[in-house]
Design a protein around this ligand. Structure first.
Ligand SMILES: Cc1ncc(COP(=O)(O)O)c(C=O)c1O
Length: 501
């Protein structure tokens, strides 16, 4: 080997600048013209496979310049663009441009935010980000926490801390098999499916989930909740936690968190709030009342990659007493030399969650919070909510649309053909079929991207606006598209049914 090693993967300064600037130029153009593109191309896996080809693993290299320009072309032209103003599906936001630049910067320096010594400034930035997120949603900045990959992981991280805290003290050593009383957890029927994964992962099993029915407003029925806890206690179960949802995934409803907090206090249960979607709305002074009670939560999940518009991936777990995280996740193997700093402020994030080696997710969140400040977010989140209300109102006033629900920034609605009597059971079945087919067609078509919700057994189209690019004009156009395609789909289905008669 020569004295000065030449690595094939290194890119020299001049070449890095050249291909880097080219890439930035193409990304800037992509962002600037995103609304002229289709939201998705609707290409099949087969078509996409054909585009990238089926060649075997390359034996030798290709120039980075060529590779990056091909990759950019592939991504710009064959992706679903959640940064498009007419993308209102699921809960994925338009990504902040500063977040895209931050991810590049983070990858270039590559701090391993598992341990303070490996990521000195990045650790401080993550600590500050966690504190700011607590301030953002209006709980004490003394909540501790950690950034994770998203909502599932944020909830899992809290769930295991709750189990460690509320199960018998030997649970870490003996596991669940030695527990005399079966552990149970409580949540509403509207809770996101992460809870089932958590029950499986952490050994409680899905039968340990007490799915509490919702009331007429789709909030957890807290009377039924309390009765269920009492009955479980009488029957020898060991309740450990209640999960309140702050913005349910289908319709955006926020549970009565104050009442749940009080039930947790009475029965000494862990109070977890899944605010993955909705809790950023607590930044809006007029909406604070919806979230009263979060200040009593033992843990909170929130997702910067939803309503803080961070590029994927960024979730966050906040815990009132961060020692619960350390008690759950800390270990000190002999090959770690991370505790050699006596400073009380030293924090090693590997002791706060599942990962040891960790990327620098906090940077993109930290920068966006500073780029626009609290007021910028109040404006953007407030406008998303206003647009969602407009979506509902336009649907409500349209003779061929039925507006169903509107909470936070989620609207549900369905297409009902002009003059259609939708009272009978058969008609209900037909409308569900019509709207499901319509949604599939809209998703394939690429003009707009909506998702679905089932509300009171009605199959609905669902628009969730966590998108700082969506405008009033987009919402008006989306209404027109739904009606135009709804008419077409109704006609198509009727013709199909006639042929089958
Ligand atoms: C309320 C709620 N919790 C958890 C999640 C899961 O989040 P992620 O997809 O980031 O894991 C979602 C996703 O939509 C959600 O709406």
């Amino acid at each position: 080997m020569e004295n000065n090693r030449v690595s094939p993967i290194e890119i020299g300064k001049e070449e890095f600048k050249k291909i880097g600037y080219q890439l930035i130029d193409t990304i800037a153009h992509f962002i600037d013209t995103i609304e002229e593109k289709r939201v998705t191309t609707g290409e099949s896996p087969k078509q996409l496979q054909k585009i990238i080809g089926t060649s075997l693993l390359p034996e030798n290299g290709t120039s980075a310049e060529k590779l990056l320009s091909n990759a950019a072309e592939l991504l710009f032209n064959h992706s679903l663009l959640n940064g498009h103003p007419k993308f209102l599906g699921y809960i994925t936001s338009s990504p902040t441009p500063i977040g895209a630049l931050a991810d590049m910067l983070a990858a270039a320096v590559n701090p391993n935010v598992g341990a303070q010594i490996l990521s000195p400034i990045a650790t401080e930035i993550e600590k500050q980000t966690v504190r700011w997120l607590a301030e953002f949603i209006g709980v004490s900045p003394d909540y501790g926490g950690i950034l994770v990959s998203g909502g599932n992981m944020a909830n899992f991280t809290a769930f295991l801390a709750a189990r460690t805290s509320k199960a018998p003290k030997n649970i870490k050593e003996d596991g669940l098999s030695n527990q005399s009383a079966k552990l149970v957890v409580y949540c509403s029927k509207a809770t996101h499916t992460w809870i089932e994964k958590a029950a499986v992962l952490f050994g409680l099993g899905t039968k340990s989930i007490r799915w509490i029915q919702t009331d007429a407003t789709n909030k957890m029925d807290n009377e039924v909740l309390e009765q269920t806890i009492k009955s479980d206690l009488k029957n020898g179960y060991r309740p450990i936690m209640i999960i309140g949802t702050a913005g349910d995934v289908s319709t955006g409803v926020v549970d009565d968190l104050r009442a749940i907090a009080s039930i947790c206090k009475t029965y000494d249960l862990w109070f977890h709030v899944d605010g993955a979607y909705g809790i950023p709305a607590a930044v809006i002074p007029e909406l604070k009342f919806l979230f009263e009670g979060i200040e009593d939560a033992d843990s909170i999940a929130l997702d910067p990659h939803k309503w803080l518009y961070s590029p994927l991936e960024a979730g966050c777990t906040l815990v009132k007493d961060p020692n619960h995280l350390i008690e759950t996740y800390s270990s000190h193997p002999v090959y770690y030399n991370f505790s050699n700093n006596d400073e009380a402020l030293t924090q090693n994030f590997y002791e706060y969650g599942f990962q040891n080696s960790r990327g620098f997710r906090a940077l993109k969140v930290w920068l966006a919070l500073q780029q626009v400040g609290r007021n910028g977010y109040i404006k953007m989140i407030g406008e998303d909510i206003q647009l969602s209300k407009l979506f509902f109102a336009l649907a409500d006033n349209h003779p061929e649309l039925e507006a169903i629900t509107q909470n936070l920034s989620i609207t549900t609605l369905r297409y009902v053909p002009s003059g259609y009597n939708h009272d009978g059971e058969q008609q209900g079945v037909y409308l569900n079929r019509l709207n499901e087919s319509l949604l599939n067609e809209l998703q394939r078509g690429g003009e707009v991207f909506l998702s679905n919700a089932i509300v009171m057994e009605k199959y609905c189209l669902r628009g969730c606006i966590v998108n700082f690019r969506t405008s009033k004009k987009d919402i008006e156009e989306i209404i027109e598209i739904i009606v135009r395609e709804g008419k077409k789909m109704h006609q198509e289905l009727q013709e199909k049914d006639m042929q089958n008669m």
